[in-house]
Design a protein around this ligand. Structure first.
Ligand code: KG4
Ligand code: ZN
Length: 340
């Protein structure tokens, strides 16, 4: 019975995992708190984690009907992430493991995202017996990256964004359109009724022979587009067309570069996670492209795309089963921990 915490950004989460089964996964999002600032304020996030961590942990124990004495191991996100935010969950988990005299594991946030597409069903259960080598896309508000996942213990970063993350691009474009933060889900909904070919926006780095991304130029081109067409957002249909056209540019870059990497590396499977992987056009785009190219696709469940402790718990449990090294007492958080 493993208790896991995730506090790397603006979600406070606690989960219980038992033999690959997620017995509880409680997530308390701070998104509305940060909304008035248009993005995550690190100091506020840390304070909010302090306030929420124990209630969230208690709620997870209650949901799973587990008592603290039944906990056999404790895990938490060690990095990368916001330093103050990471500290709260990591040090709380370490203290708990010390008091309960149980092993403690500090988990890499992106390694957990890489395996979240393998957790499926109700209750969510890890299907590692189905695992196969894949190219994995992680697209969130803070990160956009591609990794080659050869096995549970071997993965390699292929490329990442050189400036803004895909989610950041959705959010910043949303700000230009006066949509509330985080704007990704709103643009997704608006785009449904829009024509994605109405306006043409750049597809940054689409044809470059690497696995990196860039999204800040796209955001800038939307700013100039709006400057030259004042009032366009007042027309509901034009606003939907604009949302669909911007979304199409982001999705095309993500899908094309993910599939290109998969083909080049000769894997038979593609996976995707992170908040932006909730986007319906991206899910459909990946599904269509994988089906055309005869590749399997595993998308993380929308509830496990955004940050959550379930993925931390499942990966930690697998590490314990492989007898991987535990994290020693007094270890530090690693806010810039590279994936390798
Ligand atoms: O994984 P996540 O919770 O991590 C970070 O906090 O980085 O992702 C949040 C990001 C936000 O930028 C949000 O706008 C975006 O994911 N997002 C979406 C959708 N749902 C969430 N972007 C596009 N379409 C969506 N449906
Ligand atoms: Zn994340």
């Amino acid at each position: 019975m493993l208790l896991a915490f995730e506090t790397s950004c603006d979600e406070t989460s606690a989960a219980l995992a038992h033999h690959g089964r997620v017995l509880a996964n409680v997530v308390s999002s701070q998104a509305s708190l940060h909304a008035e600032y248009g993005g995550v304020v690190p100091e506020l996030a840390a304070r909010e984690h302090l306030r929420n961590l124990l209630p969230v942990a208690r709620a997870a124990l209650r949901q799973a009907n587990v008592s603290p004495a039944q906990i056999e191991a404790v895990a938490a996100t060690r990095g990368p992430g916001l330093a103050g935010a990471l500290l709260v969950g990591f040090k709380a988990a370490e203290a708990l493991a010390f008091v309960l005299r149980r092993p403690f594991l500090g988990i890499h946030h992106h390694e957990a995202h890489l395996f979240s597409p393998w957790i499926q069903g109700n209750p969510p259960t890890a299907a590692f017996s189905e695992f196969e080598p894949n190219v994995s896309l992680i697209a969130s508000g803070g990160h956009t990256m591609l990794a080659h996942v050869e096995s549970e213990s071997k993965h390699r970063l292929l490329g990442s964004t050189v400036d803004d993350a895909a989610g950041e691009c959705f959010d910043k474009v949303g700000k230009l359109l006066d949509l509330p933060y985080p704007a990704g889900p709103q643009i997704d909904r608006l785009a449904e009724g829009g024509n994605s070919a109405a306006f043409s926006f750049p597809r940054p780095m689409l044809n470059e022979a690497n696995d990196d991304f860039s999204f800040s130029g796209l955001k800038t081109s939307v700013r100039y587009f709006l400057r030259d067409r004042p009032g366009i957002c007042g027309d509901p249909q034009r606003l939907r067309d604009l949302a669909a056209s911007v979304q199409a540019a982001i999705v095309e870059v993500l899908v094309t570069k993910t599939l290109r990497a998969a083909r080049r590396l000769g894997v038979g499977c593609v996976t995707a996670s992170g908040g932006v992987a909730c986007n319906r056009a991206l899910r459909q785009g990946l599904a269509a492209a994988c089906s055309r190219q005869g590749l399997k696709l595993r998308l993380a469940d929308p509830g496990l795309c955004t940050d959550n402790a379930a993925m931390i718990g499942v990966v930690a449990e697998r590490k314990l089963m492989r007898r991987a090294e535990t994290t020693s007492s007094g270890a530090d958080i690693l806010p810039n921990w590279p994936l390798e």
